[in-house]
Design a protein around this ligand. Structure first.
Ligand code: S3P
Length: 165
């Protein structure tokens, strides 16, 4: 089984955009665990958090990851908090995991444009800083490659990843 290409990083690091580009370039399928969870639950992530709590969301996310990692034809983008689960970190060991590193300022700009993220309510920059400080060691732990994304286009970032695969 060939390894899955997996993109990890905080909200606003560009995981979904770059995974879609990579999938096209590599002739693979793009899978996104947030999308899989929304489809499975039949409602947006913000509603899952409100109705059932974060733990219920994490359980759905974990099931989506287990299923997606069996798809060796995939380029997979994970939700920013997926790496909090030690079993997920262990499962990622055999795959091509890329950490998309991004500054707080750049990530804050990007999430400002996107869908509602329940963990970023309130002061987005402060919430992002807290998330990134807590998670950076976990992203580094699972990653085979770290790519800097600030000031670069999605195409340039995808080029760098393809060179290293
Ligand atoms: C989360 C990030 C979100 C989504 C959920 C929780 C997190 O995905 O999975 O809102 O814990 O950082 P993105 O990283 O795609 O925003």
């Amino acid at each position: 089984m060939s390894p899955v290409v997996v993109l990890v990083g905080p909200p606003g690091s560009g995981k979904s955009t770059i995974a879609a580009l990579l999938a096209t370039r590599l002739g693979r399928t793009h899978r996104d665990t947030d999308t899989d969870v929304v489809n499975e639950a039949g409602k947006p992530i913000s509603d899952i958090f409100v109705d059932s709590g974060e733990a219920a969301f994490r359980a759905l996310e974990r099931a989506a990851i287990v299923a997606a990692l069996k798809d060796d034809d995939a380029v997979l983008s994970l939700g920013g908090g997926a790496i909090l689960d030690p079993e997920t970190r262990a499962d990622l060991a055999g795959h091509n995991v890329v950490y998309l590193d991004v500054s707080i300022g750049e990530a804050a700009k990007r999430v400002g444009l996107g869908v509602a993220r329940p963990l970023l309510l309130g002061n987005v920059r402060t919430q992002l800083k807290n998330l990134m400080d807590a998670r950076r060691p976990l992203y580094v732990e699972v990653a085979k490659l770290t790519v800097t994304t600030d000031g670069r286009t999605p195409e340039e970032i995808a080029d760098e990843i393809v060179e290293h695969l």
